[in-house]
Structure formats: C-alpha cells, structure tokens
Design a protein around this ligand. Structure first.
Ligand code: PLP
Length: 459
C-alpha cells in the first residue's frame, strides 16, 4: 500500500484530505484546493507532491531547519545510534545526552545544566515549573508569578498560552492558569503613547518594573521573554532595553528566562539571541533549531545556581519532580550533536550575520520602491517587513492583502511567512527566516519574488 500511495499522488492527497487535521488550517479551504504535501528537501529547497520546486525562506514553515534539508550525516548518525540503543528514560544517562549537553553548554558561558524535553512548549513548561518549585521550596510559596510580554509567544499548551502575549492564539482557550502577568511590548514602531520618545528602550523596560512594583516584588518569580519576538512581528528590542531588563531582574531577585526556541542555534548570527545583547539569563529554553527538525528535541538550560536550588537530600520533595517519556530520547541528542557540529564546522552563525545584512539591505531597497513597506526589522537571517496602508498613520494593511503577497510568492516558487493569526489588527508583517546556509543568489531570488508580489498586490 505504501508503494502504491507513493506512486499515486492523487491517493496520498485523498488520504490526507480525508484523515489529516492540519495545524492552523481552516479546512474549508481544502474543499476547493488540494493540501500541499511536501515530499523532499535538499539544501534550501523543497519539492511538493506535484513536483513543484520551492525556495524555502521559512526553514520549514516555522524557522526550524537551520542547517538545511537533506543532511545525510545527521540521518546516518541517528540511524546508527537507534539500532544500537533506541531509547531509555531520562532518569538514566545516555552517551549522546551527555555529549550534547557538554557541547551545548560550551556555547553558553554561565549556564551549565540541560534538562531535555520534546518541544518548545514543553521546555517552557519545565522552566515555569522550576520557577514555581523554587517559589514553594525557597520563598514560602511567594514569588510564583511569571511575567511575560505582549506579542511574545511561548507555546501551545495551556500554561504556555497563559504566558502568551498573542491574543488571537489565546482567544477561545481560557480560562488560563493563574499567576501569569503581561508586561507591555517593546516595538518602537508601534510604541504605546506613554513610552514614545527618546530612550524608548529604557522606558519600555521600566514598564516591566512598574508591573513588578504593582504586583509586589515578593510575588514575582520570573520574567520570560523572547530575545527577539518572532511570530509577533520580528521585534528587536531597542537600545538600552536589555541592560535595563537585566538590572531590574537583579534588583528584585526575579529570574530571567529567555525563550530561544526560535532565535537559538545561530539564527540571529550568534549561538543564541540573548548573546547579541550581553544578557546573562538564569534559564534558557530552546527547540526548533536544536536538531533542525531532524529529531524532536528541546532543552531547558539553567545556571548552576538554579540547579543547586533543587538539591537537598534531607527533603524527598526537593528534586525537580518532573518527567517526560521522550524527553532526551536518544535520537534527539544524537541529531542535535551532529547539527551543532555542522553549524560549527560550516560557520553558519557567521553566515547568518553576513547574509542577514544582505537580506536587510535588500528589504530596505524594496522599502524605497514600495511605500507599503513601513518598517524593516531583524537580525541575522531573521527579518520582517511590516506592511502599512499609510506610512504616516502606520495603518496596517489587511490580513487578506498580506495573505495575497504570501500566495503570490508561493506561486513564484518562494515560501515566505507572515505574522498572521497572532495579534489582532497587526498581522501585517512578512517574515523571512531562510536556512543559515543561504547564499546571495538565494536571497536575491527571495527579494525578487517579494518585489513582484508587492507590485502585483499593491500596484
Ligand atoms: N517559543 C517560541 C518563541 C515559539 O515561536 C514557539 C513556536 O513557534 C514555541 C515557543 C513553541 O514551540 P513548540 O511549537 O515546539 O511547542
């Protein structure tokens, strides 16, 4: 049956249409169009079941395949290891787990302990649970509140949505877990009036301090932030922001948890996004690029100081009372270790910096030509172009128009993303996150497609 289906695209499409419930999809649309089924990938490109080739400027749709498609050495390493040792629970050690944890923390000075999980959401849940357990054990149950930021996203589970600043993703799933409190975003282009003006970065950070003071510093355990807000519109925190955030966290003994699920593993040009800003986090979570999609693995990495808070042989409840059947399953760290070696040997974080500059220059050139681009933002191979109907009022274009640009690029064989279905009224940012192996020709092709699409959609 397998071979029959492989040889018969129509049957695969029919099986998909009849039985697969796709993520984030309004299935009514599949009544008039076929589902797109991706069957093969090599380097920067993927092919769908109809044979159409696409240049992928999304790294697998959600910024995951950092080292590109078709890396046989990752597949070989996973295969070799699986036939030898397919699985054992994370309460025991594994060779790949130990080796990857060591290699990873070498890239993260100041952090030393790796807790394995499967997805970005799960890694963030682990971090939230650590904060809550520290509150119970060391602060008499106080300091259990977790602050998160408007427009940030930390995952799909109910606790992660409770810490979710993208209101369209949250709508319809409440009631949420208590003890999560939102702080304002830091997008200067859409500054809240009260923070606008000079020193915006410092003032946006001070808004976090105001929330801590309002809630009571003795109730706040952690602040969870993306280093650069990803799906919420590529928001690079302005100058002065991170220094002030760090100062505030130290002042009120608030743990700084940075969600590197998207920005980690070279995406922005450094190994981790926080390293662009000289920040020293207490907890870092990561997922997508950890194994570039070749295996499901995520990590919650902490300082030794955080880890130490769970050591108390006299208290049977002191250890981190958490378990995950597949967290740290051996295929994950094997793939992750090979992925890290590739990033290192091919100097892909540096390539991300170089090509990121090239991409942004190209987007700024398009901004000169197309008045609909109101703002260009990003770092490394991670960029966004915000589309506005009017540059003076900054009124966003409609989601339908953004969708038309994405669809036009798709027609031209280039996959790009958009900040759709996240922030009401502001789903107007085109997103670009090609694999870190991208070269100038790839970027030119992406820019050319966007140029053509903007011309056709907006005239
Ligand atoms: N954190 C951030 C910043 C994300 O963008 C995402 C997913 O896009 C997550 C967490 C959740 O990751 P996962 O979908 O692997 O659970």
């Amino acid at each position: 049956m397998d071979s029959l289906m492989q040889n018969d695209p129509a049957r695969v499409i029919e099986a998909d249409r009849a039985h697969v419930w796709h993520h984030m999809m309004q299935h009514r649309q599949l009544e008039t169009t076929d589902p797109r089924i991706i069957v093969e990938g090599r380097g920067m490109r993927v092919w769908d079941i109809t044979g159409k080739e696409h240049l992928d400027a999304t790294s697998g749709g959600v910024w995951t395949v950092n080292v590109g498609y078709g890396r046989e050495r990752i597949a070989d390493a996973v295969r070799d290891h699986l036939v030898k040792m397919c699985y054992f629970a994370g309460s025991q050690g594994t060779v790949p787990g130990a080796r990857f944890a060591e290699a990873l923390t070498e890239k993260m000075p100041g952090l030393s302990r790796v807790y394995f999980a499967n997805s970005g959401s799960e890694a963030n849940e682990k971090a939230f649970k650590m904060v809550r357990q520290i509150a119970h054990k060391h602060h008499g149950g106080r300091k259990s509140k977790i602050l998160y930021r408007e427009r940030d996203y930390h995952g799909t589970t109910l606790a992660c949505l409770s810490a979710g600043g993208q209101l369209e993703r949250n709508a319809q799933y409440g009631p949420f877990a208590p003890g999560f409190v939102m702080v304002p975003h830091c997008l200067e282009y859409r500054a809240q009036d009260e923070f606008a003006g000079s020193d915006y970065g410092v003032r946006a950070a001070e808004a976090i301090e105001e929330v801590i003071l309002r809630e009571g510093p003795d109730t706040v355990g952690a602040l969870c932030l993306e280093p650069i807000t990803a799906g919420g519109g590529i928001i690079v925190p302005p100058r002065g922001y991170w220094e002030k955030v760090q100062e505030i966290c130290r002042k009120y003994d608030v743990l700084l948890h940075i969600d590197e699920v998207v920005c980690g593993m070279g995406r922005t040009g450094t190994w981790f996004g926080y390293q662009q800003f000289g920040v020293k986090p207490d907890i870092v979570t990561m997922a997508k690029g950890v194994a570039s999609g070749y295996a499901a693995i995520s990590c919650c990495v902490t300082t030794e100081a955080v880890f130490e808070r769970f050591k108390d042989a006299s208290d049977p409840m002191a250890h981190f009372r958490d378990i995950s059947t597949f967290g740290g399953c051996t295929s994950g760290p094997v793939a992750a270790l090979e992925n890290l070696r590739i990033l290192e040997e091919e100097e892909l974080p540096d390539n991300s910096t170089r090509m990121g500059v090239y991409l942004q220059e190209g987007l700024f050139a398009l901004m000169e030509k197309h008045r609909v681009i109101g703002d260009v933002r990003g770092m490394g191979l991670f960029a966004g172009a915000e589309l506005v109907a009017d540059r003076d009022t900054r009124e966003p274009v409609s989601e339908k128009q953004v969708g038309a640009v994405v669809a036009d690029c798709l027609k031209q064989g280039v996959l790009i993303g958009a900040s759709n279905r996240s922030v009401p009224g502001l789903n107007n940012v085109l997103l670009f996150a090609p694999a870190l192996i991208a070269e100038e020709d790839d970027i030119d092709e992406i820019l050319e497609a966007v140029d053509g699409a903007l011309g056709r959609v907006f005239g």
